[in-house]
Design a protein around this ligand. Sequence first.
Ligand SMILES: [Zn+2]
Length: 338
Amino acid sequence: MVLIDRYSRQTLFPGIGEQGQQKLNNSSLAIIGCGALGTVIATSLVRAGVGRVKIIDRDFIEYHNLQRQVIFNEDDIRDELPKAIAAERHLKKVNSSIEIEGIVADVNYANIERLVAGADLILDGLDNMETRLLINDVSLKHHIPWIYGGAIASYGMTMNIIPGETACFRCFQVSPTGNGIALTCDTAGVIGPAPFIIGSLQATEAMKILLGSPEINRELIMIDVWRGEFNHFGVGNHQDCPACHGNYEFLEAKFGTRTTSLCGQNAVQVLNPEAGAVSLQRLAAHLGPLGEVGYNEFMLRFMVDNHQMVIFPDGRAIVKNTNDEALARGLYAKYIGT
Ligand SMILES: [Zn+2]
């Protein structure tokens, strides 16, 4: 009875119905990236009753996120919570009848197959092309559909990528018409309604894909919320696409990117695959005499040389107030070690 009451308004909708609700409840999702898009997608699909929702994000919450990242609040910043943990906590209060798991991790070639194992669908809530190309590879290799989404300034775009049926994301990149499609991170800013709409479209398409609906969208959708424009474009497979030919260059790259400048954040992430589990308590004791340190079970903050370092238990660090990858690597080597 509880199940019926909770979802009564959407089971009345003919596209879903009681059987569709059961299908949603038996489905599993991986949402990669929990910023503006990811929070809209997650809140929509958790409320809709998708049975298992995994939310994967590498970052923590800052004040400039609150303008558009709809499930976070000021308490999360005071509590120094990573996005994935805050999302899990908030969404478990929204729907306790499903499984919700927040995972604090950088998604990379070494862990993506494990992270998406068992998912029926992958949702892109990311802000960078490299990880999207990695999702694309894993999607094609394991026949898991994924939904691309991106938003910047007042515009955004989304497309369903269904292995064996639609063009893949890499097809865009090798296509001469693809130049306008690759949204790059810059100083363009973003207004909330752009990712709200793109995230809502992604959540809607997610329901249709999980339900096996005949009305799944097979085109690239582009919007401009400021101008009130909404357009569809056909995207064909590109004959030179490596991924469509089973050549998964991003997944099979046997080298990890050790440092990554984070999109529009004036910050650099440093990975240390050899670090293993790091005791934040021990690290705090070690760094305490060298600068200002604060930590909880999820992350440690360290202020030194006008930079703020945030270190996670997997040995990963985010160095704030710089885009200089060499500097970030240097600070990491100096204070955290290798
Ligand atoms: Zn392709």
